[in-house]
Design a protein around this ligand. Structure first.
Ligand SMILES: *[C@@H]1O[C@H](CO)[C@@H](O)[C@H](O)[C@H]1NC(C)=O
Ligand SMILES: *[C@@H]1O[C@H](CO)[C@@H](O)[C@H](O)[C@H]1NC(C)=O
Ligand SMILES: *[C@@H]1O[C@H](CO)[C@@H](O)[C@H](O)[C@H]1NC(C)=O
Ligand SMILES: *[C@@H]1O[C@H](CO)[C@@H](O)[C@H](O)[C@H]1NC(C)=O
Ligand SMILES: *[C@@H]1O[C@H](CO)[C@@H](O)[C@H](O)[C@H]1NC(C)=O
Length: 422
Protein backbone atom coordinates (compact mmCIF):
# COMPACT_ATOMS: atom_id res chain seq x y z
CA UNK A 1 0.00 0.00 0.00
CA UNK A 2 2.74 2.36 1.02
CA UNK A 3 4.49 1.85 -2.28
CA UNK A 4 1.35 2.65 -4.23
CA UNK A 5 1.06 5.95 -2.37
CA UNK A 6 4.65 6.85 -3.07
CA UNK A 7 4.21 5.81 -6.66
CA UNK A 8 1.11 7.99 -7.11
CA UNK A 9 2.87 10.97 -5.54
CA UNK A 10 5.82 10.53 -7.87
CA UNK A 11 3.51 10.22 -10.82
CA UNK A 12 1.76 13.41 -9.78
CA UNK A 13 4.99 15.30 -9.41
CA UNK A 14 6.14 14.04 -12.77
CA UNK A 15 2.92 15.11 -14.43
CA UNK A 16 2.97 18.53 -12.86
CA UNK A 17 6.53 19.07 -14.10
CA UNK A 18 5.97 17.49 -17.46
CA UNK A 19 7.59 20.16 -19.59
CA UNK A 20 10.29 18.22 -21.38
CA UNK A 21 12.83 19.43 -18.87
CA UNK A 22 16.06 17.47 -19.32
CA UNK A 23 16.69 17.35 -15.61
CA UNK A 24 13.74 15.07 -15.24
CA UNK A 25 14.70 11.72 -13.75
CA UNK A 26 14.45 8.74 -16.05
CA UNK A 27 11.00 7.33 -15.92
CA UNK A 28 12.37 3.80 -15.69
CA UNK A 29 13.61 4.63 -12.18
CA UNK A 30 10.04 4.72 -11.05
CA UNK A 31 8.65 2.00 -13.17
CA UNK A 32 7.10 -0.78 -11.22
CA UNK A 33 6.34 -4.17 -12.59
CA UNK A 34 3.50 -5.52 -10.52
CA UNK A 35 3.60 -9.00 -9.20
CA UNK A 36 1.20 -11.52 -10.53
CA UNK A 37 -1.46 -11.77 -7.84
CA UNK A 38 -1.71 -15.55 -7.91
CA UNK A 39 2.06 -15.80 -7.74
CA UNK A 40 2.11 -13.57 -4.67
CA UNK A 41 -0.60 -15.56 -2.91
CA UNK A 42 1.19 -18.81 -3.79
CA UNK A 43 4.42 -17.46 -2.33
CA UNK A 44 2.74 -16.37 0.92
CA UNK A 45 1.00 -19.68 1.35
CA UNK A 46 4.01 -21.81 0.43
CA UNK A 47 6.26 -19.93 2.85
CA UNK A 48 3.64 -19.94 5.60
CA UNK A 49 3.44 -23.71 5.25
CA UNK A 50 7.13 -23.91 6.12
CA UNK A 51 7.51 -21.26 8.79
CA UNK A 52 4.14 -21.56 10.53
CA UNK A 53 0.75 -19.86 10.63
CA UNK A 54 1.96 -16.94 12.71
CA UNK A 55 3.90 -15.72 9.69
CA UNK A 56 1.57 -13.38 7.80
CA UNK A 57 3.20 -12.56 4.46
CA UNK A 58 0.73 -10.00 3.19
CA UNK A 59 1.12 -8.04 6.44
CA UNK A 60 4.88 -8.22 6.70
CA UNK A 61 5.90 -8.23 3.06
CA UNK A 62 3.24 -6.51 0.92
CA UNK A 63 5.67 -6.21 -2.01
CA UNK A 64 7.93 -9.28 -1.76
CA UNK A 65 9.69 -8.72 -5.10
CA UNK A 66 10.06 -4.99 -4.58
CA UNK A 67 10.08 -2.76 -1.55
CA UNK A 68 9.68 -5.39 1.12
CA UNK A 69 12.02 -8.19 0.10
CA UNK A 70 11.93 -11.48 1.99
CA UNK A 71 15.25 -12.98 2.99
CA UNK A 72 15.77 -16.05 0.80
CA UNK A 73 13.39 -14.96 -1.98
CA UNK A 74 14.60 -13.56 -5.30
CA UNK A 75 12.46 -12.50 -8.23
CA UNK A 76 12.71 -11.68 -11.89
CA UNK A 77 10.43 -10.16 -14.51
CA UNK A 78 8.63 -12.30 -17.09
CA UNK A 79 6.21 -10.57 -19.45
CA UNK A 80 6.27 -7.41 -17.34
CA UNK A 81 5.32 -9.22 -14.14
CA UNK A 82 7.44 -10.23 -11.16
CA UNK A 83 7.83 -13.93 -10.44
CA UNK A 84 9.80 -15.76 -7.78
CA UNK A 85 12.97 -17.36 -9.19
CA UNK A 86 14.86 -18.41 -6.05
CA UNK A 87 13.51 -19.70 -2.78
CA UNK A 88 15.69 -20.73 0.17
CA UNK A 89 14.07 -22.10 3.26
CA UNK A 90 15.63 -22.88 6.60
CA UNK A 91 18.11 -21.24 8.87
CA UNK A 92 20.97 -19.90 6.79
CA UNK A 93 21.24 -16.37 8.08
CA UNK A 94 19.91 -14.89 11.26
CA UNK A 95 16.88 -13.40 9.58
CA UNK A 96 16.18 -16.18 7.10
CA UNK A 97 13.00 -18.19 6.91
CA UNK A 98 13.38 -20.73 9.70
CA UNK A 99 11.20 -23.79 9.26
CA UNK A 100 8.64 -24.82 11.82
CA UNK A 101 8.84 -28.26 13.38
CA UNK A 102 5.31 -28.90 12.14
CA UNK A 103 5.90 -27.65 8.62
CA UNK A 104 3.77 -28.59 5.65
CA UNK A 105 4.79 -28.75 2.04
CA UNK A 106 1.81 -26.94 0.56
CA UNK A 107 0.70 -27.44 -3.05
CA UNK A 108 1.04 -23.68 -3.61
CA UNK A 109 4.82 -24.12 -3.68
CA UNK A 110 4.41 -25.89 -6.99
CA UNK A 111 2.42 -22.99 -8.44
CA UNK A 112 5.52 -20.78 -8.56
CA UNK A 113 5.79 -20.66 -12.33
CA UNK A 114 9.34 -19.51 -12.86
CA UNK A 115 11.18 -21.02 -9.92
CA UNK A 116 14.77 -21.75 -10.92
CA UNK A 117 16.36 -22.52 -7.61
CA UNK A 118 14.85 -24.16 -4.56
CA UNK A 119 16.87 -24.98 -1.47
CA UNK A 120 16.17 -26.33 1.98
CA UNK A 121 18.81 -26.04 4.65
CA UNK A 122 18.24 -27.45 8.11
CA UNK A 123 14.51 -27.28 7.50
CA UNK A 124 12.98 -30.75 7.75
CA UNK A 125 13.70 -31.90 11.29
CA UNK A 126 10.70 -34.10 12.09
CA UNK A 127 10.44 -37.24 9.98
CA UNK A 128 8.70 -36.67 6.66
CA UNK A 129 8.49 -38.47 3.35
CA UNK A 130 8.20 -36.37 0.22
CA UNK A 131 6.99 -38.12 -2.85
CA UNK A 132 3.60 -37.32 -4.25
CA UNK A 133 4.00 -33.59 -4.60
CA UNK A 134 3.71 -31.92 -7.96
CA UNK A 135 7.42 -31.74 -8.72
CA UNK A 136 6.50 -32.16 -12.39
CA UNK A 137 5.21 -28.58 -12.36
CA UNK A 138 8.84 -27.47 -12.05
CA UNK A 139 9.93 -29.56 -15.02
CA UNK A 140 10.66 -26.69 -17.37
CA UNK A 141 11.89 -24.13 -14.85
CA UNK A 142 13.92 -25.61 -12.02
CA UNK A 143 17.71 -25.56 -12.51
CA UNK A 144 18.91 -26.09 -8.97
CA UNK A 145 17.43 -28.23 -6.21
CA UNK A 146 19.15 -28.53 -2.85
CA UNK A 147 18.35 -30.40 0.32
CA UNK A 148 21.13 -29.85 2.85
CA UNK A 149 21.20 -31.04 6.44
CA UNK A 150 17.56 -32.09 6.75
CA UNK A 151 17.63 -35.08 9.10
CA UNK A 152 13.85 -35.37 8.91
CA UNK A 153 13.78 -36.12 5.19
CA UNK A 154 13.41 -39.89 5.01
CA UNK A 155 12.17 -42.40 2.50
CA UNK A 156 13.08 -42.56 -1.14
CA UNK A 157 14.09 -39.69 -3.32
CA UNK A 158 10.90 -38.95 -5.22
CA UNK A 159 10.71 -40.58 -8.63
CA UNK A 160 9.54 -37.28 -10.11
CA UNK A 161 12.95 -35.70 -9.52
CA UNK A 162 13.73 -37.37 -12.84
CA UNK A 163 11.18 -35.12 -14.56
CA UNK A 164 13.19 -32.00 -13.70
CA UNK A 165 15.08 -32.25 -16.93
CA UNK A 166 16.42 -28.71 -16.76
CA UNK A 167 18.25 -29.35 -13.50
CA UNK A 168 21.89 -28.35 -13.63
CA UNK A 169 22.55 -28.95 -9.96
CA UNK A 170 21.06 -31.57 -7.68
CA UNK A 171 22.45 -31.42 -4.16
CA UNK A 172 21.02 -33.89 -1.65
CA UNK A 173 23.54 -33.60 1.16
CA UNK A 174 23.25 -34.97 4.69
CA UNK A 175 19.60 -35.87 4.91
CA UNK A 176 17.87 -39.09 5.93
CA UNK A 177 16.94 -40.31 2.44
CA UNK A 178 17.27 -44.03 1.98
CA UNK A 179 16.41 -46.82 -0.42
CA UNK A 180 17.51 -47.12 -4.01
CA UNK A 181 17.89 -44.19 -6.33
CA UNK A 182 14.98 -43.86 -8.74
CA UNK A 183 15.97 -44.94 -12.24
CA UNK A 184 14.46 -41.68 -13.46
CA UNK A 185 17.57 -39.88 -12.21
CA UNK A 186 19.13 -40.98 -15.50
CA UNK A 187 16.89 -38.49 -17.31
CA UNK A 188 18.65 -35.48 -15.83
CA UNK A 189 20.70 -34.86 -18.93
CA UNK A 190 21.61 -31.26 -18.15
CA UNK A 191 23.13 -32.02 -14.75
CA UNK A 192 26.52 -30.55 -14.07
CA UNK A 193 26.57 -31.38 -10.40
CA UNK A 194 25.09 -34.39 -8.62
CA UNK A 195 25.82 -34.55 -4.91
CA UNK A 196 23.98 -37.25 -2.94
CA UNK A 197 26.48 -37.47 -0.10
CA UNK A 198 25.67 -38.34 3.49
CA UNK A 199 22.31 -40.07 3.17
CA UNK A 200 21.42 -43.74 3.54
CA UNK A 201 21.01 -44.59 -0.14
CA UNK A 202 21.65 -48.20 -1.02
CA UNK A 203 21.59 -50.49 -4.02
CA UNK A 204 23.50 -50.23 -7.27
CA UNK A 205 24.92 -47.07 -8.72
CA UNK A 206 22.61 -46.43 -11.67
CA UNK A 207 24.23 -47.46 -14.92
CA UNK A 208 23.23 -44.45 -16.95
CA UNK A 209 26.34 -42.35 -17.20
CA UNK A 210 26.11 -42.36 -21.00
CA UNK A 211 23.35 -39.79 -20.75
CA UNK A 212 25.03 -37.46 -18.27
CA UNK A 213 27.60 -35.94 -20.56
CA UNK A 214 27.58 -32.56 -18.88
CA UNK A 215 28.40 -33.84 -15.42
CA UNK A 216 31.36 -32.12 -13.74
CA UNK A 217 30.88 -33.28 -10.17
CA UNK A 218 29.60 -36.67 -9.04
CA UNK A 219 29.60 -37.19 -5.29
CA UNK A 220 27.86 -40.30 -3.95
CA UNK A 221 30.01 -40.52 -0.82
CA UNK A 222 28.86 -41.60 2.64
CA UNK A 223 25.96 -43.85 1.65
CA UNK A 224 25.55 -47.61 1.39
CA UNK A 225 25.81 -48.04 -2.37
CA UNK A 226 26.91 -51.52 -3.33
CA UNK A 227 27.61 -53.50 -6.48
CA UNK A 228 30.27 -52.53 -8.96
CA UNK A 229 31.18 -49.23 -10.52
CA UNK A 230 29.73 -49.43 -14.05
CA UNK A 231 32.26 -49.12 -16.84
CA UNK A 232 30.06 -46.41 -18.35
CA UNK A 233 31.70 -44.10 -15.81
CA UNK A 234 34.23 -43.67 -18.61
CA UNK A 235 31.56 -41.78 -20.58
CA UNK A 236 31.60 -38.88 -18.15
CA UNK A 237 34.18 -37.10 -20.27
CA UNK A 238 33.80 -33.74 -18.60
CA UNK A 239 34.02 -35.00 -15.05
CA UNK A 240 36.25 -33.07 -12.67
CA UNK A 241 35.44 -34.76 -9.36
CA UNK A 242 34.38 -38.31 -8.61
CA UNK A 243 33.81 -39.09 -4.95
CA UNK A 244 32.45 -42.55 -4.11
CA UNK A 245 34.13 -42.78 -0.70
CA UNK A 246 32.54 -44.55 2.27
CA UNK A 247 30.21 -46.97 0.50
CA UNK A 248 30.18 -50.72 -0.06
CA UNK A 249 31.22 -50.71 -3.72
CA UNK A 250 33.10 -53.80 -4.85
CA UNK A 251 34.79 -55.30 -7.87
CA UNK A 252 37.41 -53.90 -10.20
CA UNK A 253 38.06 -50.31 -10.87
CA UNK A 254 36.99 -50.22 -14.54
CA UNK A 255 39.75 -49.61 -17.09
CA UNK A 256 37.51 -46.93 -18.60
CA UNK A 257 38.38 -44.69 -15.67
CA UNK A 258 41.39 -43.76 -17.80
CA UNK A 259 39.07 -41.90 -20.21
CA UNK A 260 38.37 -39.18 -17.68
CA UNK A 261 41.02 -36.83 -18.91
CA UNK A 262 39.91 -33.83 -16.88
CA UNK A 263 39.42 -35.56 -13.55
CA UNK A 264 41.15 -33.79 -10.66
CA UNK A 265 39.72 -35.74 -7.73
CA UNK A 266 39.17 -39.48 -7.43
CA UNK A 267 38.20 -40.57 -3.94
CA UNK A 268 37.29 -44.23 -3.47
CA UNK A 269 38.37 -44.69 0.15
CA UNK A 270 36.57 -47.04 2.49
CA UNK A 271 34.91 -49.33 -0.05
CA UNK A 272 35.43 -52.92 -1.15
CA UNK A 273 37.22 -52.40 -4.44
CA UNK A 274 39.40 -55.35 -5.34
CA UNK A 275 41.36 -56.60 -8.31
CA UNK A 276 44.26 -54.20 -7.99
CA UNK A 277 45.02 -50.71 -9.14
CA UNK A 278 44.02 -50.07 -12.71
CA UNK A 279 47.07 -49.26 -14.79
CA UNK A 280 44.87 -46.79 -16.57
CA UNK A 281 44.96 -44.59 -13.53
CA UNK A 282 48.26 -43.18 -14.79
CA UNK A 283 46.41 -41.89 -17.87
CA UNK A 284 44.52 -39.41 -15.73
CA UNK A 285 47.29 -36.90 -15.66
CA UNK A 286 45.03 -34.14 -14.44
CA UNK A 287 44.54 -35.84 -11.05
CA UNK A 288 45.53 -33.75 -8.07
CA UNK A 289 43.91 -35.95 -5.41
CA UNK A 290 43.91 -39.73 -5.58
CA UNK A 291 42.54 -41.41 -2.47
CA UNK A 292 42.09 -45.18 -2.56
CA UNK A 293 42.73 -46.09 1.06
CA UNK A 294 41.07 -48.95 2.84
CA UNK A 295 40.01 -51.17 -0.04
CA UNK A 296 40.96 -54.84 -0.30
CA UNK A 297 42.63 -54.29 -3.66
CA UNK A 298 45.29 -56.79 -2.61
CA UNK A 299 48.18 -58.48 -4.36
CA UNK A 300 49.03 -55.36 -6.23
CA UNK A 301 52.52 -54.35 -7.10
CA UNK A 302 52.91 -50.57 -7.10
CA UNK A 303 55.82 -50.79 -9.48
CA UNK A 304 53.55 -51.49 -12.43
CA UNK A 305 52.28 -47.96 -12.50
CA UNK A 306 54.18 -45.09 -14.04
CA UNK A 307 53.69 -42.72 -11.14
CA UNK A 308 56.09 -40.23 -12.60
CA UNK A 309 53.48 -39.37 -15.26
CA UNK A 310 51.03 -38.10 -12.68
CA UNK A 311 52.88 -34.88 -12.05
CA UNK A 312 49.81 -32.96 -10.86
CA UNK A 313 49.27 -35.14 -7.79
CA UNK A 314 49.10 -33.21 -4.54
CA UNK A 315 47.45 -35.89 -2.41
CA UNK A 316 48.15 -39.58 -2.89
CA UNK A 317 46.65 -41.91 -0.33
CA UNK A 318 47.07 -45.60 -1.13
CA UNK A 319 47.14 -46.78 2.47
CA UNK A 320 45.57 -50.06 3.53
CA UNK A 321 44.99 -51.47 0.07
CA UNK A 322 47.31 -54.48 0.23
CA UNK A 323 50.16 -53.07 -1.83
CA UNK A 324 53.30 -55.12 -2.08
CA UNK A 325 56.68 -54.63 -3.67
CA UNK A 326 58.99 -51.68 -3.17
CA UNK A 327 58.21 -48.01 -2.90
CA UNK A 328 58.44 -46.97 -6.56
CA UNK A 329 61.06 -44.36 -7.32
CA UNK A 330 58.57 -42.76 -9.73
CA UNK A 331 56.75 -41.36 -6.71
CA UNK A 332 59.74 -39.18 -5.94
CA UNK A 333 59.16 -37.31 -9.23
CA UNK A 334 55.83 -35.95 -8.04
CA UNK A 335 57.08 -32.49 -7.20
CA UNK A 336 53.72 -31.14 -6.07
CA UNK A 337 53.04 -33.91 -3.61
CA UNK A 338 51.99 -32.70 -0.16
CA UNK A 339 50.50 -35.87 1.26
CA UNK A 340 51.78 -39.39 0.68
CA UNK A 341 50.03 -42.22 2.51
CA UNK A 342 51.62 -45.65 1.98
CA UNK A 343 50.87 -47.01 5.42
CA UNK A 344 49.36 -50.36 6.36
CA UNK A 345 50.36 -52.22 3.24
CA UNK A 346 52.89 -54.95 2.60
CA UNK A 347 55.63 -52.81 1.13
CA UNK A 348 59.15 -54.15 1.30
CA UNK A 349 62.65 -52.94 0.47
CA UNK A 350 64.42 -49.72 1.35
CA UNK A 351 62.90 -46.30 1.91
CA UNK A 352 64.21 -43.78 -0.64
CA UNK A 353 64.72 -41.27 2.16
CA UNK A 354 66.87 -38.67 0.41
CA UNK A 355 64.63 -38.58 -2.66
CA UNK A 356 61.46 -38.28 -0.61
CA UNK A 357 63.01 -35.55 1.51
CA UNK A 358 63.79 -33.67 -1.70
CA UNK A 359 60.11 -33.32 -2.56
CA UNK A 360 59.63 -29.60 -1.97
CA UNK A 361 55.99 -29.60 -0.81
CA UNK A 362 55.82 -32.84 1.14
CA UNK A 363 54.16 -32.18 4.49
CA UNK A 364 52.77 -35.60 5.43
CA UNK A 365 54.41 -38.98 4.92
CA UNK A 366 53.06 -42.21 6.33
CA UNK A 367 55.01 -45.42 5.74
CA UNK A 368 54.08 -47.16 9.00
CA UNK A 369 52.63 -50.65 9.09
CA UNK A 370 54.65 -52.23 6.26
CA UNK A 371 57.59 -54.54 6.00
CA UNK A 372 60.20 -52.00 4.97
CA UNK A 373 63.83 -52.65 5.71
CA UNK A 374 67.15 -50.87 6.17
CA UNK A 375 67.99 -47.51 7.61
CA UNK A 376 65.87 -44.36 7.55
CA UNK A 377 68.04 -41.55 6.27
CA UNK A 378 65.94 -38.45 6.71
CA UNK A 379 67.58 -35.42 8.23
CA UNK A 380 66.72 -33.94 11.59
CA UNK A 381 65.46 -30.87 9.74
CA UNK A 382 63.00 -33.03 7.80
CA UNK A 383 61.61 -34.56 10.99
CA UNK A 384 61.25 -31.09 12.48
CA UNK A 385 59.27 -29.97 9.46
CA UNK A 386 57.00 -33.02 9.48
CA UNK A 387 56.34 -33.41 13.19
CA UNK A 388 53.57 -35.90 13.81
CA UNK A 389 52.78 -36.05 10.13
CA UNK A 390 55.59 -38.53 9.65
CA UNK A 391 55.09 -42.12 10.79
CA UNK A 392 57.32 -45.13 10.23
CA UNK A 393 56.49 -47.40 13.14
CA UNK A 394 55.43 -51.04 12.79
CA UNK A 395 58.08 -51.96 10.25
CA UNK A 396 59.92 -54.63 12.23
CA UNK A 397 62.98 -54.56 10.00
CA UNK A 398 63.37 -50.82 9.74
CA UNK A 399 65.86 -48.87 11.84
CA UNK A 400 67.18 -45.35 12.26
CA UNK A 401 70.71 -44.11 12.90
CA UNK A 402 71.86 -44.65 16.45
CA UNK A 403 72.55 -40.95 17.07
CA UNK A 404 68.97 -40.03 16.06
CA UNK A 405 67.65 -41.93 19.05
CA UNK A 406 70.51 -41.32 21.46
CA UNK A 407 71.47 -37.67 21.05
CA UNK A 408 69.70 -35.34 23.44
CA UNK A 409 69.09 -32.76 20.72
CA UNK A 410 67.69 -35.21 18.15
CA UNK A 411 65.64 -37.46 20.32
CA UNK A 412 62.57 -35.24 20.50
CA UNK A 413 62.17 -35.18 16.71
CA UNK A 414 63.14 -38.77 15.96
CA UNK A 415 60.23 -40.86 14.65
CA UNK A 416 58.58 -43.04 17.24
CA UNK A 417 58.55 -46.79 17.12
CA UNK A 418 61.65 -47.21 14.95
CA UNK A 419 64.51 -49.05 16.61
CA UNK A 420 68.10 -47.81 16.44
CA UNK A 421 70.36 -49.54 13.93
CA UNK A 422 73.00 -51.72 15.46
C1 LIG B 1 -2.90 -11.64 7.43
O1 LIG B 1 -3.34 -10.44 8.01
C2 LIG B 1 -4.44 -9.84 7.31
C3 LIG B 1 -4.75 -8.52 7.93
O2 LIG B 1 -3.84 -8.15 8.92
C4 LIG B 1 -5.64 -10.76 7.37
O3 LIG B 1 -6.71 -10.18 6.63
C5 LIG B 1 -5.27 -12.07 6.74
O4 LIG B 1 -6.31 -13.00 6.87
C6 LIG B 1 -4.03 -12.67 7.39
N1 LIG B 1 -3.60 -13.79 6.60
C7 LIG B 1 -3.26 -14.97 7.13
C8 LIG B 1 -2.96 -16.05 6.15
O5 LIG B 1 -3.22 -15.16 8.33
C1 LIG C 1 7.97 -38.09 -15.76
O1 LIG C 1 9.02 -39.03 -16.00
C2 LIG C 1 8.54 -40.34 -16.26
C3 LIG C 1 9.77 -41.20 -16.45
O2 LIG C 1 10.57 -41.16 -15.33
C4 LIG C 1 7.71 -40.36 -17.50
O3 LIG C 1 7.21 -41.64 -17.70
C5 LIG C 1 6.56 -39.38 -17.33
O4 LIG C 1 5.84 -39.31 -18.53
C6 LIG C 1 7.08 -38.00 -16.97
N1 LIG C 1 5.95 -37.15 -16.72
C7 LIG C 1 5.80 -35.98 -17.31
C8 LIG C 1 4.56 -35.24 -16.97
O5 LIG C 1 6.62 -35.54 -18.08
C1 LIG D 1 38.79 -30.57 -20.37
O1 LIG D 1 39.30 -29.35 -19.91
C2 LIG D 1 39.75 -28.49 -20.95
C3 LIG D 1 40.44 -27.31 -20.32
O2 LIG D 1 39.70 -26.80 -19.26
C4 LIG D 1 38.57 -28.10 -21.81
O3 LIG D 1 38.97 -27.27 -22.84
C5 LIG D 1 37.94 -29.36 -22.37
O4 LIG D 1 36.78 -29.03 -23.10
C6 LIG D 1 37.61 -30.34 -21.26
N1 LIG D 1 37.19 -31.58 -21.85
C7 LIG D 1 35.98 -32.06 -21.69
C8 LIG D 1 35.70 -33.34 -22.36
O5 LIG D 1 35.14 -31.49 -21.00
C1 LIG E 1 51.34 -59.22 3.94
O1 LIG E 1 51.79 -60.38 3.30
C2 LIG E 1 51.80 -61.55 4.13
C3 LIG E 1 52.44 -62.67 3.39
O2 LIG E 1 52.14 -62.65 2.02
C4 LIG E 1 50.36 -61.81 4.52
O3 LIG E 1 50.30 -62.92 5.39
C5 LIG E 1 49.79 -60.60 5.23
O4 LIG E 1 48.43 -60.77 5.53
C6 LIG E 1 49.95 -59.34 4.42
N1 LIG E 1 49.58 -58.21 5.20
C7 LIG E 1 48.76 -57.25 4.77
C8 LIG E 1 48.50 -56.13 5.71
O5 LIG E 1 48.25 -57.26 3.66
C1 LIG F 1 59.07 -59.16 5.80
O1 LIG F 1 60.14 -59.23 4.91
C2 LIG F 1 61.09 -60.22 5.21
C3 LIG F 1 62.19 -60.13 4.19
O2 LIG F 1 62.71 -58.86 4.13
C4 LIG F 1 60.44 -61.57 5.20
O3 LIG F 1 61.38 -62.55 5.60
C5 LIG F 1 59.27 -61.59 6.15
O4 LIG F 1 58.56 -62.82 6.05
C6 LIG F 1 58.34 -60.47 5.83
N1 LIG F 1 57.29 -60.41 6.83
C7 LIG F 1 55.98 -60.37 6.52
C8 LIG F 1 55.03 -60.30 7.65
O5 LIG F 1 55.57 -60.39 5.36
Amino acid sequence: MLWHMVYSLLLLSLLSRCTGDESLPEVTDYEEAPMDKREREALYSAVQGFVGDSWNGSDLYPDPCGWTPIQGVSCDIYNDLWYVTDLSLGLIHENSLACSSSLELRPELFELKHLKSLSFFNCFISPMVIAKEDWINFASSLESLEFRSNPGLIGKLPETVGNLTNLKSLVVLENGFNGELPASICNLKSLKRMVLSGNAFKGMIPNCFKGLKELLILDLSRNSFSGTLPSSVGDLFSLLKLDLSNNLIEGNLPQEIGFLKNLTLLDLRNNRFSGGLSNNIEKIQSLTELVLSNNPMSDEDMMGIKWGKMGSLVILDVSKIGLRGEIPIGLTNLKRLRFLGLNNNNLTGFVPSEKLEALPCLGSLYINGNNLTGELRFSRKFYEKMGRRFKASKNPNLCQPFEMVMSESHRHVAPLGVKPCT
